[in-house]
Design a protein around this ligand. Structure first.
Ligand SMILES: Cc1cc2nc3c(=O)[nH]c(=O)nc-3n(C[C@H](O)[C@H](O)[C@H](O)COP(=O)(O)O)c2cc1C
Length: 169
């Protein structure tokens, strides 16, 4: 199983209650130390791979979330790392503000290099939609890719995952 970064259970809690082979899903934060800490916790709790989500460096324009002033559930894994307390929803979705403040929109192949330099766990890239990126991923030394369009939640007109599988394969 892949434990979502957004999980409302702590990495340690999941490890203690589940024998399954576990991968940990990561984002690259502006503060690289936050990502590095999460990786270290996943490693020391027996997670077997890091799944780096690469299709979400900026949040897609989720108009319903903005309209409804969406508030994401707490993220216990970020306690002590990033404070979400000052994110209000007065003029829109809390998620938009949270991603804008914390995640690095300049995510690039260099960050895959960086991630490789801080962990010996295999790395998978989640959010690959083209053969070109799959090839680059292999060249960058990742162990695998997850073909996904983030459930169509990121970009309008992103191709359906099923329609690009053959190309990537
Ligand atoms: C409420 C919700 C929360 C999600 N949170 C995350 C997340 O924290 N990390 C992530 O990589 N993807 C997240 N996703 C995207 C899903 O992991 C997945 O990519 C999406 O449901 C589409 O499935 P597919 O990738 O198998 O096509 C989320 C999706 C939803 C609906």
């Amino acid at each position: 199983m892949v434990l979502s970064f957004s999980s409302n259970c702590r990495i340690e809690e999941v490890a203690a209650s589940c024998d399954a082979i576990r991968f940990y899903q990561l984002y690259v934060f502006k503060k690289r130390a936050v990502s590095a800490t999460l990786v270290r916790r996943a490693e020391s709790n027996g997670f077997k791979a890091i799944v780096l989500t690469v299709d979400n460096p900026m949040l897609g324009r989720r108009e319903r979330d903005i309209r409804n002033k969406m508030v994401a559930p707490a993220k216990p894994n970020l306690e002590g790392l990033i404070s979400l307390e000052n994110l209000d929803t007065t003029d829109g979705s809390q998620l938009v503000k949270y991603v804008r403040d914390t995640m690095d929109p300049s995510l690039s192949w260099k960050d895959v290099e960086w991630l490789k330099s801080i962990t010996s766990l295999p790395i998978l890239l989640k959010g690959i939609l083209t053969a070109e990126d799959a090839r680059k991923a292999v060249e960058a030394g990742v162990a695998g890719v997850i073909v996904s369009n983030h459930g169509g939640r990121q970009l309008d007109y992103a191709p359906a995952t099923i329609s690009v599988l053959e190309e990537v394969y």
